[in-house]
Design a protein around this ligand. Structure first.
Ligand code: GLN
Length: 315
């Protein structure tokens, strides 16, 4: 086993879970009513190792929307479809140092990276653009299902509808990119935005999210089903950008202190990847000022203080 004393490891996870449970900091996202209604008490931790050992504690079977945690996953799928060079002729690989939804492009007039909204809208434009909207959704839903090894995957239509309703900034980003001729020829702007909102509205549970993260940890092969969902190159690129850009304006500090690829989303989700070891999904809705789950970030800190999972431990 990759974690020889898994019971002992789980005992530590229980302790960290309980310690984070006492953290009542942060505020639930309120830009749409469907997120504002999330209960701040929800707290879920789920782990799946690359050899299929599982740990779950808390609200691990309550569905929540992926939101920005969809960004690295869709990016990984788009890489498999287009290759690295084509993808990165449309979107950069540099941390932006700006807010995730800021109306700005890099020096080459490209979105800075696929982990911010502009880059994720661009990524959405690069997934099977020739398909109809319905077939595109079917395609991506099936890819996500494979990532989760057929565990829970849903779609929250109310979140989708209200994302679409409260999307002035995302529309502005898309028009700004079109003005700057960022998109491939023939891109249908409104359809692309709808697709982006749909990706944000995909639902997982902490348990199915842990399997997704474990698939990344395992180089793209789902550890439970053996399904080669993503290419190794796609996973390498994705983990790299999660490492440098995954936690909003806290990404640099997170890379310094935790040293692991991760991505957070506004629903309070954090996907954490320990390469070649395990995937972890954390979910607790209250967010800190950077937009990261308070309990989620605390969990990551405590985890690396107990175990040498930081990228540059073991030197
Ligand atoms: N749906 C949100 C948006 O596009 C996702 C943002 C997020 O999770 N940070 O604004």
């Amino acid at each position: 086993f990759i974690i020889p004393d898994f019971r002992g490891f789980c005992h530590h996870l229980d302790q960290i879970y309980n310690s984070c449970k006492n953290n009542t900091n942060g505020k639930v996202a309120s830009y749409i009513p469907q997120l504002a209604r999330l209960k701040s008490e929800h707290w879920a931790v789920s782990v799946c190792t690359v050899d299929g050992q599982r740990y779950s504690n808390g609200d691990v079977n309550v569905p929540f929307t992926l939101q920005s945690c969809s960004k690295p996953l869709t990016y990984a799928m788009a890489l498999g479809l287009n290759g690295t060079d084509t993808m990165h002729s449309y979107v950069g690989m540099e941390p932006s140092g700006r807010y995730f939804n800021e109306l700005c492009l890099d020096y080459n007039n490209k979105p800075h990276n696929p982990m911010i909204n502009a880059g994720a809208i661009m990524t959405a434009a690069l997934v099977k653009p020739h398909l109809s909207a319905a077939d595109r959704f079917d395609f991506i839903f099936n890819m996500y299902r494979r990532l989760a090894g057929d565990e829970f995957l849903g779609f929250n239509n109310a979140v989708f509808l209200s994302e679409k309703e409260c999307a002035d900034r995302n529309f502005a980003l898309a028009y700004f990119m079109r003005e700057n001729k960022c998109f491939p020829e023939g891109t249908r702007l409104h359809e692309t935005l709808d697709f982006y909102f749909q990706l944000c509205s995909l639902e997982i549970t902490a348990e199915s999210g842990a399997v997704m993260a474990a698939t990344l940890a395992n180089g793209g092969i789902n550890p439970l089903t053996g399904d080669p969902v993503l290419t190794v190159d796609a996973v390498r690129n994705t983990l790299t950008l999660m490492h440098s850009c995954g936690m909003y304006n806290y990404s640099g500090q997170f890379a310094f202190k935790v040293g692991l690829p991760s991505k957070s989303g506004v629903s309070g989700c954090v996907l954490l990847v320990i390469p070649n070891t395990m995937g972890i999904c954390l979910w607790s809705p209250p967010l800190d000022n950077n937009g990261n789950s308070c309990r989620g970030v605390q969990f990551c800190m405590e985890l690396v203080s107990r175990f040498n999972f930081h990228n540059f431990d073991n030197l």
